[in-house]
Design a protein around this ligand. Structure first.
Ligand code: KG4
Ligand code: ZN
Length: 523
């Protein structure tokens, strides 16, 4: 767990530009950065953590006086020594190029930056009035003293020691927070009303789930109108129970809403009528108590469920998200960055389990009962199709498999044969697993990652977990899976992702609305 400073390359420019665009009112354009990088009389550095660029700095390096032109650190990881690390390495390298003195302009009102530069031995020598045209702000011009080598300056040596320690202990997930924030999370995206309280992003104080599954089972699937009504009935007692259990875990008599640091709520994707219940409740609570509100993408929540058993998992990684509504392979190059490599063209994996179970009269949800049956069956008994196995991309198709299973059942019944349920379940399950494993292996190879995480309700399938783990570990990829209890929908995972988003400074306005079709890529 550490960050490092290295030279900037062209591959960094997309991430650099993303930081630039939100850091300055008048950001440099990609063409300016590309031009800068192509020059050999410049020094450009990035600070990165496992492939994620967190900040950058650049300076001229052709005279004995160098102009530090740009220095920025991603907003959610500021005040953690990364700017000092960039600055001290920059000065070190400039000195190696013959530079003896550095200068820069800084916004007069940017007290944090001025303090950093002062700690590096720079001092203000004058003002440039109205230098920042966009805002009319004045610039403070700063110069360092002349130095022969940065090591000779006590100030620079001190800055360097501080910077090295900051890099070494840097952990992308404990971003600006205090480390002991209390976050209440609320999840109502489908058919579970759930609430959890978490401290410091890792310590789960309570985790309450009221499942409506019994109300939906007789319809063989989730009925949206019933889901909304049941959420409305359950949300108050579920949140109250989560708060009461958290108080007990803290050894206190009670925990008041005003003592929370944040309220995190799933605001998409999911059933819109179900999501709005949680979002409206959370907004009301936030408005009444003044506690900040944070919106969490349900799918990011599923990915964060991995942090409970594998707290040191970190990007870059590939995630396979398999739930009742999704089947996607996702490349996650850094925290909060998602690129969907491919997804299902028709049914989701969990949906296939549910539909097959329905045809077999096994009730809803189908995943748990089919995987139990499959444990006693022969996965090679029936040769079901493995759609898209060789498609060369990351798309999935599961509706053909469902039809093949239905046809097989009809055929056997017509022939008067008794259906071997364990064999059928195991063969169906294996057809699903084979395609997922093959595509997961290829995705980690193509993305060049050494970490893989499984997420979503279908992650509770033991055979899928085992198959992925053995195939990927054979390729040298580390595999994380969520605890069985946190695979299907819950609020603990929303609390985990919510704490991360809270620390990154994200807030949901009271005018925000739930969205049924929210994508990870747009985060
Ligand atoms: O993530 P989740 O709780 O809800 C959505 O966000 O969709 O996933 C529910 C899905 C259901 O389709 C259920 O059948 C499936 O996860 N599931 C399983 C298993 N346990 C739950 N699928 C296969 N094997 C399981 N053991
Ligand atoms: Zn889910």
């Amino acid at each position: 767990m550490s960050a490092r400073v290295r030279e900037m390359t062209a591959e960094d420019l997309t991430q650099v530009q993303a930081i630039e665009d939100v850091s300055f009112p008048n950001p440099w354009t990609p063409a300016v950065f590309a031009g800068e990088l192509s020059r050999d009389d410049r020094v450009w550095l990035v600070v990165e953590d496992a492939g994620t660029v967190l900040g950058y700095a650049g300076a001229t390096a052709h005279l004995s006086e160098s102009h530090i032109m740009n220095l920025a650190v991603r907003q959610d990881v500021r005040r953690r020594g990364l700017a000092a690390a960039l600055l001290s390495e920059l000065v070190e390298r400039l000195s190696g190029c013959g530079v003896r003195q550095v200068t820069l302009e800084v916004r007069e009102r940017n007290a944090a930056a001025i303090a950093l530069y002062e700690s590096a031995g720079l001092h203000g020598v004058g003002m440039r009035p109205g230098y920042y045209a966009e805002t009319g702000e004045d610039a403070l011009i700063m110069w360092s003293d002349e130095f022969d080598a940065p090591g000779e300056s006590a100030r620079l040596a001190g800055l360097r020691a501080h910077a090295l320690a900051a890099l070494e202990t840097f952990d992308g997930r404990d971003a600006p927070g205090t480390g002991d924030e209390l976050v209440l999370a609320i999840e109502t995206s489908c058919d579970e009303t759930a609430a959890a309280v978490m401290r410091g992003g890792t310590e789960l104080l309570s985790n309450v789930i009221a499942s409506q599954v019994d109300f939906h089972a007789r319809f063989g699937g989730v009925v949206p109108e019933i889901a909304s009504r049941k959420h409305t009935e359950a949300i108050v007692p579920v949140v109250e129970q989560a708060m009461a259990e958290a108080a007990v875990a803290l050894g206190r008599e009670s925990l008041g809403f005003a003592e929370l640091d944040a309220i995190a709520v799933t605001h998409g994707p999911g059933l819109i009528g179900a999501l709005v219940v949680g979002v409206a409740y959370a907004k009301g609570l936030s408005a009444a108590t003044g506690v900040p509100l944070v919106g969490v993408n349900h799918l990011e929540g599923h990915i964060f469920a991995n942090m409970f058993a594998f707290p040191d998992v970190r990007p870059p990684l590939v995630a396979l998200l398999v739930s009742g509504g999704h089947t996607s392979l996702i490349h996650m190059p850094g925290w909060g960055e998602y690129h969907t490599l491919g997804e299902t063209l028709d049914d989701a994996a969990g949906e296939a389990f549910d539909k097959v179970a329905k045809v077999l009269g096994l009730g809803y949800p189908g995943g748990p009962v089919i995987s139990r049956l499959a444990a006693d069956g022969d996965p090679h008994a029936i040769d079901f199709p493995r759609a898209m196995l060789h498609s060369g991309d990351y798309a999935f198709s599961l509706s053909g498999l469902k039809t093949a299973v239905i046809n097989h059942i009809r055929h056997e019944r017509e022939a008067g044969n008794e259906i071997d349920m364990p064999d059928l379940a195991a063969s169906f399950q294996q057809a699903v697993i084979d395609v997922q494993v093959a595509k997961a292996v290829r995705a980690t190879e193509e993305c060049g990652v050494r970490t893989f995480v499984l997420a979503g309700g279908v992650a509770a399938n033991a055979a899928l977990r085992d198959a992925l783990t053995s195939a990927l570990e054979a390729c040298g990829v580390r595999v994380a899976v969520p605890p069985f209890s946190l695979c299907t929908d819950n609020a603990a995972m929303i609390a985990s992702a919510g704490t991360y988003r809270f620390r990154a400074g994200e807030r949901l306005g009271l005018d925000a609305e739930a969205s049924a079709s929210m994508r990870l890529d747009a985060l």
